[in-house]
Design a protein around this ligand. Structure first.
Ligand SMILES: [Zn+2]
Ligand SMILES: [Zn+2]
Length: 335
């Protein structure tokens, strides 16, 4: 089968490898759609350790092509998607119900081969039925599950004003989910006008270009501020927008050696909550139901469709500023 393999950091290639055989408790999936995410870029650049060589891709959907002998709930031909996180459910962290910090964590496309290939294997316990959904939407359930987890962690007060920094695919998922959580208004900020246009279409009450927003001086106004940029300077300058007693959710992934300046007196005096949310934990099923309901528009977030043949060029020409929305790869042909 064809696969995009990262041999070592900054060296990826299209290659031919044999179709993996599913273990007894695994399913072989013919991959129909796979989203490209920041994590794949980090793996390509060697900034995220999962071991090499690696076929990346952890946001995917497809068709069951074969099942191991102990698989009971799925059959060949069924349309499925999967939570890529494989928790051991045995370690102290798993027993404490903080599985996203599992001591023996595995993840499809990170510590084992992923979806930028025509086929992959995944344990049955990670797999979900997606009957009735299209493959592109279903591939985006994984990032939506992270967004669901983030808003559950942060808490979204009814009637709140919510500020979202960054109108990429993740920011626009946060926008749509916040609207469903009973907030009074969602304001979205970005540096690109065309991203704000889509934010407005997807329900943003107000949108601002970043410099206009800075000038409008809206400090102490938002019960919840969600950073979806992962830019330390943006995070640092966003804390002032959190209302007294409000919450700032650190969602965008900042470089792991970055620092920001926080005034501890401000955190104390204004009773601010600074919350992190890492990956997802058991929210995949909820995100899938939301996506199935049609209440969250995932297909509008896709602006680029690629085949496996396009991937070497894509990863070799990554730009530092992300102009686009979501790129989806179709390993068995664009659909
Ligand atoms: Zn991802
Ligand atoms: Zn564990």
């Amino acid at each position: 089968m064809k696969a995009y393999l990262i041999e070592k950091p900054n060296k990826g290639m299209l290659t031919d490898v044999s179709v993996p055989a599913p273990a007894d408790d695994e399913i072989l999936v013919e991959v129909k759609a796979a989203g490209i995410c920041g994590t794949d870029v980090h793996i390509f650049k060697g900034e995220y350790y999962g071991g090499y060589p690696r076929i990346p891709g952890h946001e995917f959907s497809g068709v069951v092509a074969a099942v191991g002998k102990n698989v009971t709930k799925f059959k060949v031909g069924q349309h499925i998607a999967a939570d890529p996180n494989i928790f051991c459910e045995k370690c102290d962290q798993c027993k404490a119900n903080i599985q996203n910090f599992c001591e023996d964590m595995h993840a499809v496309g990170v510590t084992r081969h992923g979806a930028f290939a025509q086929y992959l294997t995944v344990p049955e316990r990670c797999v979900f039925d997606i009957t009735g959904m299209n493959f592109t939407e279903a591939a985006l359930v994984e990032p939506l599950a992270c967004v669901v987890y983030g808003q559950e962690k942060a808490g979204v007060p009814l009637g709140a004003s919510v500020l979202i920094m960054g109108a990429g695919p993740i920011g626009l998922m946060h926008l749509q989910l916040a609207k469903m959580n009973g907030v009074a208004e969602v304001v979205v900020v970005d540096i690109f006008e065309h991203k704000l246009v889509l934010a407005t279409k997807l329900g943003a009450d107000k949108v601002y270009l970043a410099d206009e927003f800075e000038k409008s001086d809206q400090r102490n106004k938002y019960e919840l501020v969600i950073d979806c940029t992962g830019v330390p300077k943006v995070v640092e300058s966003s804390i002032k927008y959190v209302k007294d007693s409000g919450t700032m959710l650190f969602f965008g992934v900042c470089p792991d050696n970055s620092t920001i300046i926080i005034n501890p007196y401000e955190i104390f005096k204004r009773e601010l909550r600074l919350i992190g949310s890492f990956a997802l934990k058991k929210t995949y099923g909820k995100a899938l139901k939301l996506a199935k309901s049609g209440k969250i528009n995932l297909t509008a977030l896709v602006d680029k469709k690629l085949t496996l043949d396009d991937l070497p060029e894509y990863f070799n020409n990554l730009s530092s500023v992300n102009h686009g929305f979501k790129t989806v790869v179709y390993p068995n042909g664009i659909i």
